[in-house]
Write a protein that binds this ligand. Structure first.
Ligand code: AMP
Length: 395
């Protein structure tokens, strides 16, 4: 069922409660060190206030564990947002209660107020219905634009939506459009690139993507468990022995379904990840005892890249190696470049993959970079996101 977008709401003169993701990094002096999450919410914020609504913003920040903690006040966000929209943003030191109601009642059309950190209340994460109702009582309409927390059923992301006419903001709307496009009507060939640390974290994703993709490329640490099951020596690389049966099942299922699984055929290895002094490339897929696979090798980069360049749809989740270290980043970089050189609609999962693409300055060459790690993974698992499911349906 198609969800309402903020564009479907009649906003003028209304009080609009908007859930944003202002969970920004702060230094010890409470300066915001990266404001990209605030920047990302600006399109929806500006649209709502310029439509003549009274905008009530809410978010969580950090992990106050259900207790008031001034170290995690959203005040720095209110200040930064004021600068970005060139208009004062009022700040109240709570998110429910009489003081908040009074401040909201004092708002004029086009004005903006930010509520205090939602997670000062344990009821937020518990999705407490009374707490959600209190939040809803502040407004006429609800807009969710916090994709990063849309996979969590919290009071401000799920509970509140049941009490108000509710819609997706532009950020969430764009995420829905792209994920729907690649998951329900992918233009073939569809290649799914999977990497990262653990097989165990990604089993539901692999299972779901086997029903959709033509080929699955597997890199990163998780590739070693697959290789080991195939009888290849992996030295001291990361191994999840308890995943052997799962991996065998995946390999069998892929054969049955005719989905091609591509694994690395050579590797970059080191004998000490921290020191990174001794680094070499293997000739074959086998790794000698004592050596650790830290990235895909040059032959693999070439083979994977050729495949990727011929795709019409690409979804990518997880780096090909320990990309945070420049010494082990080449494989992930080459794959990112190949994605940009394809004609494909490319959707990049949030979290580490988005960070990698940003590091290589290739972000603007991708069709869509998801703003949520956990949330995008849940889309790829084929599961509903509670913060989206709870929004009002269109029509
Ligand atoms: P994930 O959150 O599952 O996508 O995993 C991302 C993490 O996997 C990154 O921090 C990478 O450094 C790590 N990673 C990728 N390849 C390897 C590898 N060969 N050995 C150890 N860690 C890896």
């Amino acid at each position: 069922m198609e969800k309402k977008s903020v564009k479907d709401l009649d906003l003028a003169g209304k009080k609009v409660l908007m859930r944003a993701d202002f969970n920004v990094p702060l230094d010890s002096d409470k300066n915001i060190t990266d404001d990209s999450r605030i920047q990302a919410a600006l399109t929806t914020i500006n649209y709502i206030r310029e439509s003549g609504a009274k905008l009530i913003l809410m978010s969580h920040l950090g992990r106050p564990k259900g207790q008031r903690n001034q170290e995690l006040s959203l005040k720095p966000v209110a200040e930064r947002l004021s600068q970005l929209i060139n208009q004062p943003v009022k700040m109240v030191d709570d998110c429910i209660g009489d003081e908040v109601k009074e401040a909201v009642d004092g708002l004029k059309n086009g004005e903006v107020i930010l509520l205090q950190n939602l997670r000062f209340y344990p009821q937020e994460k518990a999705n407490d219905q009374d707490f959600a109702k209190e939040l809803a009582s502040l407004a006429d309409l609800y807009v969710n634009d916090a994709f990063g927390t849309a996979h969590r059923a919290h009071a401000s992301t799920e509970g509140v939506a049941h009490f108000l006419d509710s819609a997706a903001g532009f950020l969430i709307d764009k995420e829905i459009q792209y994920f729907q496009k690649v998951l329900t009507e992918p233009k073939k060939p569809f290649i799914f690139i999977l990497g990262g640390a653990k097989v165990s974290d990604k089993i539901p994703v692999i299972e779901n993507m086997m029903d959709k993709a033509d080929s699955i490329i597997i890199g990163g640490a998780m590739a070693y468990t697959f290789l080991k099951v195939e009888g290849i020596e992996i030295g001291s690389s990361l191994l999840e022995e308890d995943m052997f049966d799962v991996v065998k099942r995946i390999l069998t299922k892929a054969k049955e379904k005719g989905v091609e699984l591509l694994l690395p055929i050579d590797h970059l290895v080191t004998d000490d990840i921290k020191k990174g002094e001794n680094i070499k490339t293997t000739e074959e897929a086998d790794i000698e005892p004592g050596w650790i696979g830290v990235d895909i090798g040059p032959k693999t980069q070439k083979e994977f890249s050729q495949r990727i360049k011929g795709a019409n749809t690409i979804v990518w989740n997880g780096p090909m190696g320990i990309f945070e270290n420049d010494l082990f980043a080449q494989g992930t970089k080459v794959i990112a470049q190949a994605v940009t050189e394809s004609e494909a609609t490319s959707v990049i999962g949030g979290g580490d993959t988005a960070a990698a693409v940003k590091k290589f300055e290739l972000s603007d060459k991708m069709s869509h970079i998801s703003t949520g790690g956990g949330a995008s993974l849940q889309f790829l698992e084929g599961k509903d996101l509670p913060g989206i499911s709870a929004l009002s349906n269109k029509g």
